[in-house]
Design a protein around this ligand. Structure first.
Ligand code: AMP
Ligand code: MG
Length: 416
């Protein structure tokens, strides 16, 4: 039997999403093993240790603008004329400001001692070796204070952070040139199904192309996993056992697509039960009701449904947080916070299962964000995922009308 789209099967045996996620995450632990990598190679990796600032940033008061450093006590009203006593470009070390003078100064340069403001050059007129300050500044104007960003010794990025470009920048700014990260998670995956054939070959009778392997590999590599693909495994108990054992030997996590229902052609359940332990859950979500989770010896196993959209949705909701936690990501980074926008649709027939509908968030003619739904609910239609830019969360047992607020998980959160 394959993932069924009919709500007649919804019932008390369905596990709520939150419960299933909590159970899965309770089994996830960060891989053992870390490595030190140069900062330039740390993008996408997960920090095993926090980043500690090596310096105070900025290290000294500096000018936020091009202009003149002055002491406001030296300026009497408008059009004060002061001699220019020094020139301070970025990268230089200034002398203290001589009383009754101004210093030419540029953005980022240290503010000299005794100066308490920078006048922007737009309100000044240079007159030979003097400057006329047309409007006196407030004390502290245009000065970035030492330590405004961070102080030396402060943890500026916590452990368990997945490194993005902004983290690279901050680590560099605080003087950190290499970081300790968790080793990459090794994931072995295969697709089960006698009907499958890889793209690039002609289709035989009854065959379809194996799309799930490509989706899954892309999803996992997007998280920085080291992925081994073991190809297509035929729908027999023995082949399934062999593939699972082989996968578990070489990976931290085994993932599969298809074969997780309980039909005659679905062998993953008995195979995992033979090799280890298995929980097969019917989760109260649509699409993607069946999800398998267990262990092959000590290696965790996540079996996603064969329907391509069900695979995608169950991956985003369950496998992704499991993978992230196994990579060492801290709890704050496991699941994205949904945003809310108005429905551009009616949802008159509520379902017992919470629906994660392929949806588009776009601005309407008035510039207001609206959510619209894909035309079909079929979990086999992969084009829907290319059309959509996120998943709308349609609550169980609830109707919705145009204009109601709906939660939305953007793909740019789920796929990063
Ligand atoms: P299953 O979960 O094995 O019952 O498969 C459910 C549906 O998904 C069937 O229509 C399969 O043909 C399809 N399917 C299974 N595996 C894949 C795959 N790797 N790529 C594309 N479609 C698949
Ligand atoms: Mg199958």
């Amino acid at each position: 039997m394959s993932d069924c789209d009919c709500s007649a099967h919804a019932g008390p045996s369905l596990k709520p999403l939150e419960e299933a996620l909590e159970l899965i995450l309770s089994h996830a632990k960060a891989v053992d093993g870390t490595e030190t990598v140069p900062l330039a190679e740390a993008l996408g990796r997960v920090l095993a240790n926090g980043v500690i600032s090596q310096v105070t940033v900025p290290p000294w008061d500096n000018s936020a603008m091009d202009g003149y450093a002055v002491n406001t006590a030296d300026l009497q009203g408008e059009n004060s004329r002061l001699p220019i006593s020094q020139r301070i470009p970025a990268g230089s070390a200034p002398e203290p400001l001589e009383p009754g003078t101004a210093a030419r100064i540029f953005t980022g340069a240290p503010v000299p001692a005794n100066a308490d403001a920078v006048v922007i050059q737009e309100v000044c007129e240079q007159d030979g070796d003097h400057v006329v300050v047309k409007e006196p500044p407030q004390a502290s104007a245009n000065i970035r204070r030492a330590g405004e960003d961070t102080e030396q010794g402060v943890e500026v990025i916590p452990p368990g952070t997945r490194v993005g470009p902004q983290h690279l920048g901050l680590a560099a700014a605080v003087g950190v040139g290499e970081v300790e990260v968790y080793r990459r998670l090794k994931v072995a995956l295969f697709s089960s199904g006698d009907e499958l054939i890889n793209p690039g070959q002609p289709l035989g009778p009854g065959q379809i192309y194996n799309s799930n392997e490509f989706t899954l590999k892309g999803l996992l590599e997007g998280l920085g996993c080291e992925v081994t693909t073991l190809g297509i495994v035929e729908d027999t108990f023995d082949a399934t056992c062999e593939a699972l054992a082989n996968a578990a030997k070489q990976a931290d996590l085994v993932m599969t697509s298809g074969g997780v229902s309980v039909g005659e052609e679905d062998h993953l359940k008995p195979a995992v039960e033979k090799l280890g332990t298995l929980n097969l859950w019917k989760i109260a979500i649509r699409p993607g009701k069946p999800l398998a989770f267990g262990f092959i010896d000590d290696t965790p196993f996540v079996g996603t449904p064969g329907n391509p959209v069900s695979l995608f949705v169950t991956y985003c909701l369950f496998a992704r947080p499991f993978v992230l936690k196994s990579q060492g990501v801290n709890d704050a980074g496991l699941t994205p916070t949904p945003i809310r926008a108005k429905a551009d649709f009616n949802w008159p027939k509520p379902d017992k299962r919470r629906e994660f509908a392929r949806a588009q968030l776009a601005l309407d003619d008035q510039g207001e964000a609206k959510i619209s739904l894909y035309r079909s609910r079929s979990s086999g239609v992969l084009s829907s995922l290319v059309w959509a830019n996120g998943l709308a969360i349609l609550p169980e047992n609830q109707t919705l009308s145009q204009g109601d607020l709906v939660q939305f998980l953007p793909f740019n959160e789920l796929l990063k």
